[in-house]
Design a protein around this ligand. Structure first.
Ligand SMILES: *Cc1c(COP(=O)(O)O)cnc(C)c1O
Length: 422
């Protein structure tokens, strides 16, 4: 199947007389005829459902659709993008371990890694996505367990050289984890470029309608845990909490990562997506292949309009020829990148405030990447506690306006920006 077809049909095949749309299994628990039947589930000897804190059939249908779209072997949904990124790392790195991450990543993920996961004893080294081979090499340590980056970083809009970082990760015997939220599998499939694990904040384009917070993890199934058994004892030695099962042996390269992540992390942390939210997510994914090209087409026109406007000081959009990341974007996302643009006005911070107040179509919201055009001034909202000097050091200058171009008629979006700039 092509991706357009997968968006509609993958993950669920109704049998004779069954509902055409995926059913919402709104049930915490599942009934069995005998205790022996249930015992087999608890021992991971048989596949099935027993409690929605770990797994739910509706979620699994949607996760299977996402796994197909990303070209992976297994997938799972989480309650948020934050939970997905936390699980993806914590499934391979524990107290005393170390991870190499791109420095240009979503602020929430940076905080998770740099503050909260450090408290758990996991150390991080942040490298610029543009670092030299030498700097990248120096970032690795004997206890490094993974490399992490975002296909297109939110909000820096840097494009990650997936192939290059995959090579470095594999040379050190560790997986590359890619947060593919902004590109979506319609515009980029990181597994095809060497990534091992893909994560998503499904809250963004995958849902696409501001309806449900959620996340997803997909395994490419190509990382050979057993070949690096000493680095990943959680996958390659017996798990006492499941009668001594060794995940990499029992579930193989295609299933070990997601099975362990479900059986241990979802069981113990319970960050499951509500089945109702999984249903909404599936509805969003059905139109993803139609929405993404429209987001990119609109954003391209808006970026060109802004670039030509006398009051606009600068525009960052990887689809613009001349953008620092244009060539990498052409390589990894030849059909378009995303709908998010950042720009600044000659009048700086105060001009940004005056401009945004006058917008009528673009709405001020702490959100990106959905059908509605929305706009945010980080210096005045998410990054409000920082001084101008700190803002500049963090790559989010006091004048930066983040514009998420929706799928409305682009002429309405441009007229709105024009009147507000005027
Ligand atoms: C929003 C976002 C997240 C966090 O996702 P939530 O669903 O808000 O928890 C992670 N990564 C990226 C790239 C994001 O844009």
């Amino acid at each position: 199947m092509e991706r357009e077809t997968m968006c509609i049909q993958a993950g669920y095949e109704p049998k004779n007389g069954e509902s055409r749309m995926i059913p919402i299994i709104q049930s915490t628990t599942f009934k069995y005829d005998t205790s022996e039947d249930m015992g087999k589930l608890f021992d991971l000897e048989a596949a099935g459902y027993f409690y929605t804190r770990l797994q739910n059939p509706t979620n699994d249908m949607v996760a299977a659709k996402l796994a197909a779209l990303e070209g992976g072997t297994a997938g799972m949904l989480t309650s948020s993008g934050q939970a997905a990124n936390f699980f993806s790392i914590f499934n391979v790195a524990n107290c005393g371990d170390h991870v190499v991450s791109a420095s240009t990543i979503y602020g929430g993920t940076f905080n998770l890694f740099n503050v909260t996961m450090r408290k758990m004893g996991i150390d991080f080294t942040f490298v610029s996505p543009d670092c030299s081979d030498e700097e990248l090499e120096q970032a690795f340590r004997p206890n490094t367990k993974a490399v992490f980056g975002e296909t297109i970083a939110n909000p820096a809009l840097t494009v990650f050289d997936i192939e290059r970082f995959a090579k470095a990760a594999h040379a050190h015997g560790v997986p590359l984890i890619i947060d593919n939220t902004f590109a979506t599998p319609i515009n980029c499939r990181p597994i095809e470029w060497g990534a091992d694990i893909v994560t998503h904040s499904t809250t963004k384009y995958l849902d696409g309608h501001d309806v449900a917070v959620g996340g997803a993890i997909i395994d490419g199934g190509k990382f050979d845990w057993m070949a690096h058994a000493d680095k990943f004892p959680g996958l390659t030695t017996p798990d006492d909490s499941y009668h001594g099962i060794t995940y990499a042996e029992k579930f193989g390269m295609g299933g070990a990562f997601i099975t362990k992540c479900t059986a241990q992390l979802m069981r113990d942390f319970g960050s499951i997506q509500a089945p109702m939210n999984a249903f909404f997510l599936n509805l969003g994914i059905e139109s993803l292949a139609v929405r993404m090209p429209r987001h990119c087409e609109n954003a391209q026109k808006v970026a060109e309009f802004l670039q030509a406007h006398e009051k606009v000081a600068w525009v960052t959009y990887p689809g613009l020829p001349g953008d620092k990341y244009y060539d990498l974007a052409q390589k990894y996302m030849p059909n378009g990148t995303c709908g998010v643009i950042s720009f600044g006005l000659h009048g700086g911070r105060s001009a940004a405030e005056a401009f945004m107040k006058r917008l009528k179509v673009a709405m001020i919201a702490t959100h990106v990447a959905d059908a509605h055009t929305c706009v945010l001034h980080p210096a005045n909202s998410t990054h409000r506690q920082l001084t101008d000097e700190e803002l500049i050091a963090g790559g989010v200058g006091p004048d930066l306006i983040r514009l998420s171009v929706g799928i409305e008629n682009v002429n309405d979006i441009i007229s709105d920006l024009a009147q507000a700039l005027q």
